[in-house]
Design a protein around this ligand. Sequence first.
Ligand code: IMP
Length: 203
Amino acid sequence: MTKKVVLATKNSHKIEEILAILGDIPGIEWLTYREIHFSDVEEVGETLEENAILKATAVARETGLPALAEDTGLEVEALGGAPGVRSARFAGAGKDYRANNEKLLRLLEGVRNRRARFRTVAVLALPDGRTWKAEGVLEGEIAGAPRGEHGFGYDPLFIPEGVGRTLAEMSPEEKNKISHRRRALELMRPILRDLATDPRSSW
Ligand code: IMP
């Protein structure tokens, strides 16, 4: 029997990447918001960890199914770790990816230290309140101008260490091989495998 797990995000870019990375686990059937209803969860946490736990636990409780959530932030060294947990709203509530990227480039004008990293915190929550957490980091630097058409968010500005191209210049397969999201989700794989094969679990 397959076990259903809900992807607790309504971001279609994230859904695509998560399913490309974890979609092949035998015995797990992934449900997105297209297949099962769940309410939006406000990201009111002060950290990526808090937001990932908020989203996963709320969706697990509402649907009665295990739920996987993740929260991702871009941490720029010269900006003291900003935008970090505020990456989505960096240029203001409702602002788009382009406005966020423009603000980041403006703040880094003339700044020589371009070091940055993406950090993803993934959380799996069960309806009974149990949670598992995993983190993935991708080190790199911020480009001088946006480059590339793939990906989403800050991808056109982020050059992973040793790659020489932005994430948006890489194919989806190349990004998914090395990304912060891949690193966090790979740590979740054995936990999901156990869930799929545990005869005692009712979910
Ligand atoms: P959140 O995890 O939904 O809060 O996303 C925060 C913001 O970070 C998003 O709006 C994107 O702008 C950005 N973001 C998240 N993941 C990625 C990624 O893999 N590449 C580029 N930007 C990302």
